[in-house]
Ligand binder design. Structure first.
Ligand SMILES: Cc1cc2nc3c(=O)[nH]c(=O)nc-3n(C[C@H](O)[C@H](O)[C@H](O)COP(=O)(O)OP(=O)(O)OC[C@H]3O[C@@H](n4cnc5c(N)ncnc54)[C@H](O)[C@@H]3O)c2cc1C
Length: 387
């Protein structure tokens, strides 16, 4: 009898895992095995393009594809809300149904929780598609003043993205003739731009921001937004005034996955960092943004992607007896688009996983041609995984 593989989440991790398994199990040619993917959304969204939606360069329908497209590859797609993981029974409650599994891949991502920051209603951001469209309106109404780009804390999807947003806004306001009337400030918990990614990357990103006249307010841990006075308040008493606030909302790991114990003090399921299997349920794999900070990997689609391929390979090895394919590539790459410039930083997290030290990071490329690769990558992503 064939195996049932259940994938929770049709974001970066879940989508790649579904594709990999569909191909390896030859699902479109009548396999005994079943692969089912569950997501609350009918669409997969390509989140790196959300700032482009906020700044009018893309429309929502250009940055999403229906998850149902996976059915052409033999994957069952269920649209529904994952309510509970019934791990001892190898079942998952989705709305009012229970779906059984032999192997479970959980890639439910991070939850965006604006309510956790007092006064957040005064802020805009492109971290969800709905918010990106509202931010577009706010930028359209902006006529000059002080734009602050902030982060609510250290845990959020894609650490480099706020700097991209700052660069893209600078570029957009130049085009509208408003840049001379605008001050742009990035307020971040880190001491320097992208300092967690090492000096080489931090230096290049700082140089680009300085060249654009973007100021940096470092070591800034926000506690609240005061919408009346239009200030962002820090835990050390500092206040950052704004006319337009673009703020990454607080993120939390998926609540439904809290049963995947043990948890880190911040609430991330602590999977085995070499296999991404859950400690108490080895037939359950957890990958992507909902686990990575707990094992010192970044919240990046590329990491979820490589994890998804690797866990699919482990399932294939169990089903076939042996399966030789990619090992886990602990590398994060992010094409940073600053509008009229771009950078391709890369970090290798092997030293972290081997408990030998910080990641080894560097800059692979810079310039407008790098920006073109970002556009090409979006098209490649959809054509590989959701065509
Ligand atoms: C503005 C922005 C720019 C970014 N740029 C880059 C970049 O350049 N490079 C890069 O590598 N990464 C980038 N990222 C980060 C990247 O998108 C995420 O790290 C990646 O998508 C994480 O994949 P995941 O599978 O862990 O979670 P997600 O992709 O978030 O997928 C989780 C899925 O689970 C579904 N879900 C959650 N809870 C439930 C539930 N209870 N029931 C049903 N469905 C549920 C969601 O609808 C979602 O589809 C960016 C993110 C943003 C927001």
């Amino acid at each position: 009898m064939g195996a049932k593989v259940l994938i929770l989440g049709g974001g970066s991790g879940g989508l790649v895992a579904a594709n990999k398994l569909a191909k390896a199990l030859r699902l479109d040619r009548g396999s005994d095995h079943e692969v089912t993917l569950v997501d609350r959304s009918p669409y997969h969204y390509f989140m790196p393009s959300f700032p482009w939606v906020a700044l009018g360069f893309k429309e929502p329908e250009e940055v999403r594809r229906p998850l149902k497209n996976l059915e052409k590859k033999g994957v069952h797609v269920v649209q529904g809300e994952v309510k509970e993981l019934l791990l001892d029974d190898k079942r998952v409650r989705v709305d009012d149904r229970e779906l059984p599994y032999d192997f479970l891949i959980v890639s439910l991502g991070a939850e965006v929780k604006p309510d956790l920051m007092p006064g957040f209603e005064a802020a805009h951001h492109p971290w969800t598609i709905e918010a990106a469209l509202k931010m577009r309106e706010a930028v359209r109404r902006f006529r000059g003043g002080r734009i602050v780009i902030g982060v609510s804390g250290p845990y959020y999807r894609c650490p480099p993205a706020p700097y991209e947003v700052a660069g893209q806004i600078d570029f957009a306001l130049q085009a509208r003739g408003l840049r001379d009337r605008t001050e742009i400030v990035v307020a971040h918990v880190h001491s320097k731009p992208l300092s967690a990614m090492g000096p080489a990357i931090s230096h290049v990103v700082s140089e680009i921001l300085e060249g654009k006249g973007v100021k940096f307010e470092g070591n800034f841990n926000p506690t609240a937004i005061d919408p009346e006075r239009r200030v962002l308040k820090g835990d050390d008493g500092r206040e950052v005034p704004f006319d337009l606030l673009i703020m990454v909302p607080p993120h939390k790991p998926s609540a439904v996955a809290r049963c995947l114990e043990p948890l880190s003090p911040q609430g991330f399921p602590l999977v085995d960092p070499k296999t991404f299997r859950c400690v108490r349920h080895p037939e359950v794999f957890a990958i992507g943004d909902m686990v990575n900070p707990g094992i010192h990997l970044p919240t990046a689609g590329v990491v979820a992607h490589f994890q998804a391929e690797f866990v699919a390979n482990q399932i294939m090895a169990e089903l076939k007896g042996a399966y030789i394919a990619e090992s886990f590539t602990p590398v994060a790459l992010c094409i940073m688009d600053f509008g009229d410039d771009a950078v391709l930083p890369m970090c290798d997290f092997t030293p972290i996983l081997d408990l030998k030290g910080p990641p080894s990071c560097g800059v692979l490329g810079r310039g407008k041609v790098v920006r073109l690769t970002k556009m090409a990558f979006e098209a490649l992503w959809f054509s590989l995984y959701l065509s």
